[in-house]
Design a protein around this ligand. Structure first.
Ligand code: GDP
Ligand code: MG
Length: 162
């Protein structure tokens, strides 16, 4: 049985784009409109000769109330089923109230939680990422799912935690 990495986070932060980057192929559905995502999907992934299952979580009602409940459920599911959890936040937006709520839930996890700040496409955005330390999940790792910047370093960290 291979280890499971669950990718959690708000709609539209770039989870599926990052999943595709990790897979090296375009399987996860990337949406330009939030709230139209498929439900939890599992993929076989390989990095540095190690196989793992990648769960792209997501898919909920677009209204704020529904989202809050769904993201809580998503985090709980990840905590039950994953060996490592990757919380993705939008590095261009910073931490929102929903991000803070899910971070609070994930801080209870007995599994390692790694924090990725995505949409950091170049060095200009990196300064803003430091503010994400306040989520209480350790170092925020800047990455660009779109361009791949930082994704190798992030995967090394994820696999070290498995
Ligand atoms: P998800 O809902 O969290 O799975 O987010 P998606 O992967 O579907 O991406 C939502 C939107 O953000 C799409 O328009 C993506 O093209 C865009 N996006 C995702 N990752 C990046 C990134 O690294 N850089 C930039 N500039 N845009 C991104
Ligand atoms: Mg998605």
């Amino acid at each position: 049985v291979q280890p499971v990495l669950a990718v959690v986070g708000r709609p539209n932060v770039g989870k599926s784009t990052l999943v595709n980057r990790i897979l090296g192929r375009r399987e996860a559905v990337v949406q330009d409109v939030s709230g139209v995502t498929r439900d939890r999907v599992a993929y076989d992934a390989l990095w540095n000769g190690r196989r793992f299952t990648l769960l792209d979580t997501g898919g909920w009602e677009p209204d704020a109330k529904g989202m809050q409940a769904a993201i809580a459920a998503q985090a709980e599911t990840a905590m039950r089923t994953a060996d490592v959890i990757l919380l993705v936040v939008d590095g261009q937006v910073g931490a929102t109230a929903v991000d803070e709520a899910v971070a609070r839930t994930l801080r209870r996890s007995d599994r390692p939680v790694i924090l990725a700040a995505t949409k950091i496409d170049d060095s200009r955005g990196e300064g803003e990422v430091a503010s994400l330390w306040r989520l209480g999940l350790g170092e925020p790792h800047p990455v660009s799912g779109l361009h791949g910047r930082g994704s190798g370093d992030l995967l090394d960290i994820v696999l070290d935690a498995m």
